[in-house]
Ligand binder design. Structure first.
Ligand code: F6R
Length: 248
């Protein structure tokens, strides 16, 4: 695992975008696994800037998002499809047909989960999977549990996750309680796993995920078993990591 400790969110975003940009330039039809949330916002802004100012070309790029709320259509402003349009897809020359996000309104959600896994099988593996991390160390919506779930599945969001996500909704009871989430196989089968984290609120999740025991109670800890993981975290998010302390 390679850990890049950066000063702040801005540097984290630039570093992540630099890695993604380099991949897209060397492999124009790269398959990117992408998260939503507040952590990747700066990375998406930087990728849009690279598109406009440095001709970073997304015309052949394919993307697979990690998750979508059940019960929200892609047009709902709080859906992850709308998020991706607003923060990335509308600002680069990506072909929206090459972008994949689970359909939270599918009639049969179990079938939708299987359909989504088929996309991973069809593409092989993602070239790069960027992930954020929840305060409780969830990755995608793989919440702390007794075992790791390999397949795309219906995730019942924990109180911690609902509380963290309510900032995007007018009322707490509007936050969906379930989501379609890619499972650990989808995440771990990537060629390059990139975890981004910033802020002290993530410090415990980052420390446990990078240095604690590998356990489904800390879903992010599974990244320790990936052969090529890059963690990009600011000093606040790294504050509880033993190695970081020793180096200070
Ligand atoms: C979102 C996702 C989640 C977020 C996590 C952190 O697609 O998969 O695991 O990465 O909840 O969210 P933020 O970045 O808002 O703190």
């Amino acid at each position: 695992m390679k850990i890049l400790v950066v000063a702040d969110e801005r540097e984290m975003s630039i570093e992540a975008a630099r890695i993604i940009g380099a991949l897209v330039r060397t492999k124009p039809d790269a398959v990117l696994g992408l998260p939503t949330g507040s952590t990747p916002l700066g990375t998406y802004r930087e990728l849009a800037r690279m598109h406009h100012e440095e001709n970073l070309d997304f015309s052949r790029v394919r993307t697979i998002n990690l998750d979508e709320y059940i019960g929200l259509s892609g047009d709902h402003p709080q859906s992850y499809r709308a998020f991706m349009r607003k923060h990335l897809f509308d600002h680069v020359n990506i072909d929206e047909n090459n972008t994949h996000i689970p359909d939270g309104m599918a009639e049969n959600i179990e079938e939708e989960c299987r359909r989504y896994d088929e996309i991973f099988y069809r593409y092989g593996r993602t070239d790069l999977q960027m992930i954020g991390i929840g305060v409780n160390a969830h990755i995608a919506f793989n919440e702390p549990a007794d075992c790791f779930t390999p397949d795309t599945h219906i995730a019942v969001l924990t109180e911690s996750t609902i509380n963290a996500n309510k900032r995007n909704f007018d009322r707490r009871d509007e936050v969906p309680q379930t989501a379609i989430s890619v499972g650990m196989r989808g995440i771990m089968s990537t060629r390059h796993l990139v975890l981004i984290a910033c802020g002290e609120g993530k410090a415990e999740a980052v420390a446990k995920s990078c240095f604690g025991p590998v356990t489904p109670q800390v879903p992010g800890s599974l990244i320790q078993l990936h052969p090529y993981t890059t963690v990009i975290a600011d000093e606040a998010a790294m504050a509880l990591c033993p190695v970081f302390f020793e180096n200070k």
